[in-house]
Design a protein around this ligand. Structure first.
Ligand SMILES: NC(=O)c1ccc[n+]([C@@H]2O[C@H](COP(=O)([O-])OP(=O)(O)OC[C@H]3O[C@@H](n4cnc5c(N)ncnc54)[C@H](O)[C@@H]3O)[C@@H](O)[C@H]2O)c1
Length: 390
């Protein structure tokens, strides 16, 4: 690749693919060299938007392209397994969108392949990469606020509020058996496990479908898209619009979270509040540059995202001075910067490469989240506590 840059290919041409490319354009060490779509025309349109040389109508051709050293899988869930497997078998670096696969049988196979793959692999759980999320993790890890005992929160959106809203995520054959939990609950679980440094070990779920019948535009729309000519057909909805899950963590922490894609006015509100021995910590993705700290015997306080006020691990992710607000695109860029630091180091060291402590979610982490989703679905079926299979 020119100037030693790593060549990257992006599979998919929708919301996620576009924002992956925008984040990649901010990394000097990589160059996006190819895009693949469901048709060559769609791939070409996205490639031309960003001046990317190659456009493919088949993802296999992108994986086989010798200029492509790393692949981003930004396809709908049903394609995650096949694309990820082919990238791993080709020995290329892989950054997969979440959820890692349609079910945990598939994700187990991918995690196994990743262990023996020549490439670095990761899952795009991007909320780990906000400076204030890492600050919360640092404060728990250092012991300065004592041990956590309780966590609550959730992830709330409104883009499926109306029964006329439509996305491929409403089709279990394309999306998988769980929707709100797999789509956004997976992010909450990964983020909170990362902050607590402890895994969810048992779940008790109550899921609900607010619209058992929806009206699908005959012209299917893209994520968050509005394209619709008003011509609709009714279809039955088999997956959850919302749900709440009681949690037990392996270190004894208890918790509960709620997810919803039908909460008017909440656009992308991933929120957690952790109660620990000396303080509580609260973070909200819609106000990401603040971390609230609750105190019992002194006034509560709010820390701003100012590199000088953060732990070294969190300050590393804050690129602008305090008050110069950073957000979702910056966290995605942070994820990719860490991913490519590891990939470049593997390229340089070859067989001698020893993986660093990955800040990004590995395929084993992605598989772990699939098992949590399985347990939640099992709890919905049985109406009982279910252990996460380990
Ligand atoms: N990490 C995040 O915050 C985040 C945000 C949004 C989406 N996602 C994930 O990204 C994935 C894609 O979601 P999206 O919102 O971008 O959906 P989308 O519908 O906007 O885009 C999906 C794209 O995949 C393309 N596609 C379909 N079949 C293909 C094929 N055979 N080869 C290549 N491309 C093909 C479609 O044409 C479309 O462009 C999902 O798994 C979703 O969970 C993650």
């Amino acid at each position: 690749m020119d100037n030693g840059k790593m060549g990257v290919g992006v599979i998919g041409t929708g919301f996620s693919a576009d924002f992956h490319i925008q984040a990649l354009l901010r990394l000097p060490e990589v160059k996006v060299v190819a895009v693949a779509g469901s048709s060559e025309a769609k791939a070409r349109a996205l490639a031309d938007k960003y001046g990317i040389p190659a456009a493919y109508g088949s993802y296999g051709d992108l994986i086989a392209d010798e200029a492509v050293e790393a692949v981003h899988n930004c396809t709908p869930n049903v394609l995650h397994f096949a694309v990820n497997r082919d990238v791993l078998l080709a020995g290329k670096h892989l950054l997969s969108e979440k959820p890692l696969a349609m079910n945990s049988a598939q994700s187990a196979e991918l995690a196994r392949l990743a262990e023996n793959s020549k490439g670095v692999s990761g899952v795009c759980f991007n909320y780990r990469h906000f400076p204030m999320v890492v600050q919360a993790r640092s404060m728990l890890r250092s012991g300065e606020i004592g041990k956590a005992h309780l966590v609550h929160g959730g992830y709330f959106q409104d883009w499926l509020l109306y029964d006329t809203d439509y996305s491929w995520r409403l089709e279990p054959g394309v999306n998988g058996e769980s929707r709100a939990i797999a789509d956004i609950g997976s992010h909450w679980c990964d983020t909170v496990q990362f902050v607590l440094n402890s895994r969810i070990s048992e779940v008790f779920a109550d899921l609900s479908t607010v619209h058992p019948v929806r009206y699908k535009p005959r012209l299917a729309a893209a994520t968050f898209g509005q394209a619709d000519d008003g011509d609709r057909e009714a279809f039955e909805v088999a997956t959850e619009d919302a749900g709440s899950v009681l949690l037990r963590f392996e270190d004894g922490t208890r918790g509960v979270f709620t997810v919803s894609q039908v909460s008017a006015g909440r656009k992308n509100r991933l929120l957690f509040e952790i109660a620990a021995a000396e303080s509580s910590l609260c973070w909200d993705q819609e106000n990401p540059n603040r971390l609230w700290e609750g105190k019992r015997s002194e006034p509560n306080r709010e820390r701003m995202r100012d590199p000088g006020l953060l732990s070294p691990e969190a300050a590393r992710l804050a690129h602008f001075p305090g008050g110069h607000e950073e957000g979702w695109p910056d966290a995605l860029r942070n994820l990719m910067a860490d991913f490519y630091r590891e990939a470049m180091s593997k390229r340089e060291a070859g067989e001698a490469h020893r993986p660093g402590p990955a800040s990004f979610a590995t395929l084993a982490d992605g598989h772990g989240i699939m098992k949590v989703i399985d347990a939640i679905l099992e709890s919905r079926r049985t109406g009982a506590w279910v252990r996460v299979d380990d």
